[in-house]
Design a binder for this molecule. Structure first.
Ligand code: SF4
Ligand code: SF4
Length: 297
């Protein structure tokens, strides 16, 4: 696969270094770096489109904020790329209107906007899926008894945080590993914003921590904590399924809350970040946070 990168700032550089270090150096056919101090509103973004672009399959734009992201459709057109990834780490960086504008400017390019980058998963596009086999939503293999003995990264966050966290988990008590991983993410220079994104009702930083916690849970085979629905109280005839509508994980595309065959809500402990948003939204007080362990399938 031929990968062309558009980057800006330290975050962009960190992602490039991590991709190169972990197996993608041979795929990168070119890169353009933009200054960090470009204005959010750019009238004539065409002048920022790089010259002499090589043929490419996939464009990845990392760390670009505001209108400069509008170069992506033009770079895709000039390189012949069929797919593009523009990760969203801050609500100001990529307002919904701009996202729509980018999509409309490139109707033949499959553009995804993972929010945040470490939520990226295969989605049926050959180029994006090839990228997502190595980078995106963290996936770990963990050997543990009462303590973590070994952690192998099957898929890491593009910024490198998963490898950093995996190294730091060794000898951690297994039941603390989920929270230690989230804490270590906060220590890493993660670019995810701590501002609440109105589109999902939570911060990108929290969403990033839910992804690494899920990787630890799946690696261990159980979750230590989760929101749980009381089926005796749940009655979707008396609500508008507010839990599903408000769960930030659902709003980024995960099946964290689903309706079971009996039409009662069910929360998946693997992906629940126990943010408590659904607890506040359920009009029947049918949800509470419970300590596990919750075995995962
Ligand atoms: S848990 Fe609450 S908000 Fe969700 S479907 Fe049941 S009653 Fe409705
Ligand atoms: S606590 Fe509720 S809203 Fe938050 S992640 Fe879990 S299921 Fe979703």
């Amino acid at each position: 696969m031929k990968l062309y990168l558009l980057i800006s700032g330290k975050y962009g550089s960190r992602v490039v270094n991590n991709l190169a270090e972990h197996g993608m150096a041979g795929d990168i056919v070119g890169m353009e770096e933009f200054p960090e101090d470009l204005p959010d509103f750019i009238e004539d973004f065409a002048r920022y489109v790089p010259q002499n672009l090589p043929p490419a399959d996939l464009i990845v734009a990392v760390g670009l904020s505001g209108d400069i992201n509008m170069v992506v459709p033009e770079v895709a057109r000039k390189t012949g790329a069929s797919s593009a990834i523009i990760p969203v780490y801050d609500p100001q960086q990529m307002p919904p209107g701009l996202q729509q504008e980018i999509q409309e400017a490139a109707p033949h390019v499959n553009i995804v906007f993972p929010k945040p980058f470490c939520s990226l998963q295969a989605m049926g596009d050959p180029c994006i899926d090839e990228f997502a086999r190595k980078f995106g939503k963290p996936q770990l293999v963990i050997k543990a008894d009462r303590y973590i003995k070994k952690v192998e990264v099957l898929r890491g966050a593009p910024c490198g945080s998963t490898n950093y966290i995996a190294k730091g988990l060794w000898s951690t008590p297994s039941e603390e590993a989920e929270l230690v991983a989230a804490h270590k993410l906060h220590n890493y220079p993660c670019n995810a914003s701590t501002s609440t994104d109105p589109a999902v009702g939570d911060t990108s930083m929290h969403l990033a921590s839910y992804q690494i916690k899920e990787a630890v849970k799946r690696g261990l085979g159980y979750a230590i904590k989760s929101a749980v629905v009381d089926p005796e109280k749940c009655n979707r005839e008396k609500c508008q399924e507010e839990c599903i509508k408000s769960c930030p994980q659902v709003l980024i595309g995960l099946d964290t809350i689903t309706l079971r065959g009996d039409k009662k809500a069910f929360i998946d402990p693997a992906t629940c970040g126990y943010c408590e948003i659904c607890l506040k939204e359920c009009p029947l007080d049918a949800i509470e946070i419970k300590n596990g362990p919750f075995p995962l399938e």
